[in-house]
Design a protein around this ligand. Structure first.
Ligand code: NAI
Length: 511
């Protein structure tokens, strides 16, 4: 390795001291490294240091940092007069300036001329190719991506991204430096969205399709994904937080960079909201309404008082029907045990393989009195009840009343291959598998990226193993054949491991 990233007197240069640069300065200084920072805007670097001082003081007040450690961290930061001063002092320069390729290329070309030969030049870009940023450098082998997340001090993940010409020692050194900053590095190829923004193509766009198709209301999708699946934030809450303007432009950019790959396609209902200024929290109106900056919670639908006289559970999926029966027993329902339902029974089916309720009903049940219950996720707090067209509204309400009778939330949704949660989660698993298949990152780094970068409860590959690779494969195959769309085609990585009953982290035969 040309440069020793463990050296005591290691110096990090930061250029651009806005939201990201400031956070990078803070974690580098807290990690014991000296920092030399520059911003072209007069006073910007000084205010960044003030902000860092304030943030560290906050940590001291919370008892998370000693006062002298906070003082020492701030003392390690120097503000540079200009780029030559950063270039002269730094062992690694991390750029966090405006997201424009031409501006970044100019800066890297300048740094290439001014810095010592083994100084690493890193970009914090979220969306520009590292190889392109390095294109005008004499020594592109020392240029790489070092992608932090916002807010940097709270988000532990760093994506280390070698460009096509980056030397391996550069990638290795950046992972060491990331660890010195108490970050968790993952390594990924120079590919659109790197790991985290690539995985993120599943969640919000698939939720938007579900709403666009009239399957469920946005608030229902949010409740299902948080209360049953365990996501930290529902997709529509997330959209409102980030802002539809920002989200849609990221979606469109990635989709275009992948040459209109249908798996990543955004949905027009999102674009329409951008045109209408319904950005979310920042405009006071999005998928939710906001008053004085606070979200107005949509009322939960009132629980119907009706209950079915008896219920009959289809034995078609034995494991799933057993889960449904156990729940119904707890709810005090009268459960029929005949081979066929009695004439007035509420019929319950429990599809797990992406079948629509209608598809099962057509085989031998009465669509007027059959509902499907999603048993794939935790249904203690929230239950999804899916109804086919033609359902008798009184039966639908009785089913709703029964499933909500212990206080759990209930979302009554229209028919969908894979309800709401299974189809979104299968899509997440599939995109994780695509990332593995393209060798963009290792399975372990893909999972870490999703957990630390997106706060998912599990990484896509480990989630696939928990739910079963065959479970995800069946849902995707059903979605693909139902909609006749390549959007849902299962990744070769998923198919092979499901066929062979192997964990999704299993490498390909030749590695
Ligand atoms: P920002 O607008 O808060 O800060 C950018 C700073 O760079 C400003 O202070 C500006 O004066 C300075 N600047 C611009 N051009 C410069 C130049 N040629 N030389 C020196 N200083 C210059 O932007 P933010 O959000 O900190 O983003 C910076 C970079 O980090 C962008 O590439 C962005 O894509 C990336 N990024 C942003 C994330 C975010 O959530 N904000 C997350 C991860 C990456």
């Amino acid at each position: 390795m040309a440069l020793d990233p463990n050296r005591e007197d290691f110096v990090i240069g930061v250029i651009g001291t806005g939201a990201m640069g400031r956070g990078i300065m803070q974690v580098a200084a807290q990690g014991g490294m000296r920092v030399v920072a520059y911003d072209e805007k007069a006073g910007a670097a000084e205010s960044a240091v003030q902000e860092i001082r304030r943030a560290l003081k906050g940590l001291v007040e919370k008892g998370r940092l000693e006062n002298d450690e906070a003082d020492a961290a701030v003392a390690r930061i120097t503000i540079a007069e200009g780029i030559p001063q950063v270039a002269a002092a730094a062992d690694v320069i991390i750029e966090a300036i405006i997201e424009r390729l031409d501006v970044k290329q100019n800066l890297f070309e300048t740094l290439d001329d001014l810095t010592k030969e083994d100084c690493i030049l890193a970009s914090n870009t979220s969306s520009l190719p590292i190889t392109a940023i390095a294109a005008r450098c004499r020594r592109p082998e020392r240029v790489a991506g070092m992608h932090f997340f916002n807010p940097v001090p709270l988000m532990k993940l760093v994506e280390v991204v070698p460009g096509l010409k980056t030397s391996p020692w550069v990638t290795e050194a950046l992972t060491v430096i990331a660890r010195r900053m108490t970050r968790v590095p993952v390594v990924c190829k120079d590919s659109p969205g790197f790991i985290v923004n690539h995985i993120g193509r599943a969640y919000v766009p698939e939720a938007a399709r579900i709403v666009a198709e009239g399957i469920a209301e946005p608030a229902d999708v949010d409740r299902i994904m948080t209360e049953a699946v365990g996501m930290r934030m529902g997709p529509f809450t997330l959209l409102d937080l980030i802002g539809a303007d920002v989200s849609v432009s990221v979606m469109e950019s990635l989709w275009n960079q992948f040459y209109c790959e249908p798996m990543y396609a955004p949905h027009p209902i999102l674009k329409a909201r951008v045109s209408g200024g319904l950005y979310g929290r920042k405009t006071g109106a999005g998928w939710y309404a906001y008053e004085d900056g606070k979200r107005v919670e949509p009322p939960r639908p009132e629980l119907p008082t009706a209950r079915p006289s008896s219920v009959w559970v289809s034995p078609r999926h034995p494991g799933e029907s057993a889960k449904a029966i156990a729940l119904l027993q707890r709810l005090g329902a009268t459960i029929e045990d005949g081979d066929r339902p009695s004439p007035n029974a509420l019929c319950i089916v429990t599809p797990t393989s992406g079948d629509c309720a209608s598809e099962i009903v057509q085989q031998e049940l009465d669509p007027k009195r059959t509902v499907a219950l999603d048993t794939s996720f935790n249904f203690e707090k929230h239950r999804t009840v899916m109804v086919p067209p033609g359902i008798d509204p009184a039966v639908r309400d009785a089913a709703h009343g029964l499933f909500g009778s212990d206080g759990a939330g209930v979302s009554v949704i229209n028919d969908s291959p894979g309800f709401v949660a299974p189809r979104i989660v299968a899509h997440i698993i599939n995109i994780g598998c695509q990332i593995a298949q393209q060798k963009i990152a290792s399975p372990a780094d893909i999972d870490l990226g999703a957990k630390l970068g997106l706060s998912y409860p599990f990484g896509p590959l480990e989630w696939g193993d928990q739910l079963g690779a065959s479970w995800a494969l069946e849902i995707l195959e059903e979605l693909e054949s139902f909609y006749n769309e390549p959007r849902y085609r299962p990744s070769p990585w998923l198919k092979r491991r499901a066929w062979l009953n192997l964990p999704l982290a299993t490498p390909d035969g030749r590695g």
